[in-house]
Design a binder for this molecule. Structure first.
Ligand SMILES: O=C1O[C@H](COP(=O)(O)O)[C@@H](O)[C@H](O)[C@H]1O
Length: 261
């Protein structure tokens, strides 16, 4: 992997991972607030929301350890073409795990769900969600790509992230910010997703990958790359990428770990 390397953090247990992830997110949040008085973050579904909720809902330990939810604008890195109350909905997952559990006094984020009830055509929906991003990130100016303060992503056991799948032509998309996919190899097949240029343009990108079921793909991502979507992000964004893993997920992976201070 040429150039600057991604940061690989491996924790013995998910509790330690969640504590470190919280501290990393607060650093990203405060940098975003200094830049533009808002924290713009996009989140994935899958196994991420549970660990994310553990990190974000923990009790603050000091005056600096504060999640300012009222300054957050939450977008979705990808969504499945299902109604918002369907068990496959990434929005429903985040809502159940995190949004519904934020105590009122901790402030409420602005949330931008992807609503498949309004539009069922995935291209129209991708265009509509791109419009949501343009309204937030471009504000009438011509902007080539949105710049998220942070992307919080999962990594599938095949090396996919968002709804960007290995070998799929969508990986070559260079213009759209949000794109439809009709043939996702992981069900459900119809989805929309942020595109690779948008992902790699973010200020910071954090992956969360836990459990022994991920160790083979983690080895491939970090040792061979093989054009896997997660590896493409590592290569393009270098040290702007941080991986929060447990030891089981990186067992046997030959890549230097960093210590989280
Ligand atoms: O289908 C999806 O899968 C990925 C990875 O999920 P995980 O359960 O293996 O962590 C997820 O990041 C994405 O948002 C979701 O739509």
């Amino acid at each position: 992997m040429p150039g600057k390397q991604p940061n690989l953090f491996a924790f013995r247990e998910v509790n330690g991972l969640a504590t470190a992830l919280r501290s990393y997110i607060i650093t990203c949040q405060n940098a975003g607030l200094n830049r533009h008085d808002v924290f713009k973050v996009a989140v994935s579904g899958g196994s991420l929301p549970k660990t994310l909720a553990q990190a974000l809902l923990a009790e603050p330990k000091s005056d600096e350890d504060v999640i300012k939810f009222d300054k957050w604008e939450i977008f979705f890195a990808d969504e499945r073409a299902v109604p918002a109350d369907h068990p496959d909905s990434n929005y429903l997952l985040i809502k159940n795990e995190l949004l519904d559990k934020i105590p009122i006094h901790r402030g409420q984020p602005i949330v931008h769900p992807i609503d498949f009830e309004q539009l069922n055509d995935t291209q129209e929906l991708a265009d509509a969600y791109e419009g949501t991003l343009v309204a937030s990130f471009a504000k009438g100016d011509s902007v080539k790509l949105p710049i998220f303060d942070l992307l919080l992503l999962g990594a599938g056991p095949d090396g996919h992230t968002c709804s960007l799948f290995p070998g799929h032509p969508l990986l070559r998309e260079t213009d759209a910010w949000v794109a439809p996919i009709e043939d996702s190899p992981k069900p459900p097949p119809r989805r929309i997703t942020l595109t690779l240029p948008v992902v790699t343009h973010a200020v910071r990108i954090a992956f969360v990958a836990t459990g022994g079921g991920k160790k083979e793909i983690m080895r491939e991502i970090f040792e061979a790359g093989n054009g896997l979507p997660c590896a493409l992000i590592n290569e393009a964004a270098g040290d702007r990428v941080s991986w929060f893993t447990d030891e089981a997920a990186v067992e046997g992976v030959q890549f230097p770990r960093r210590s989280f201070l």
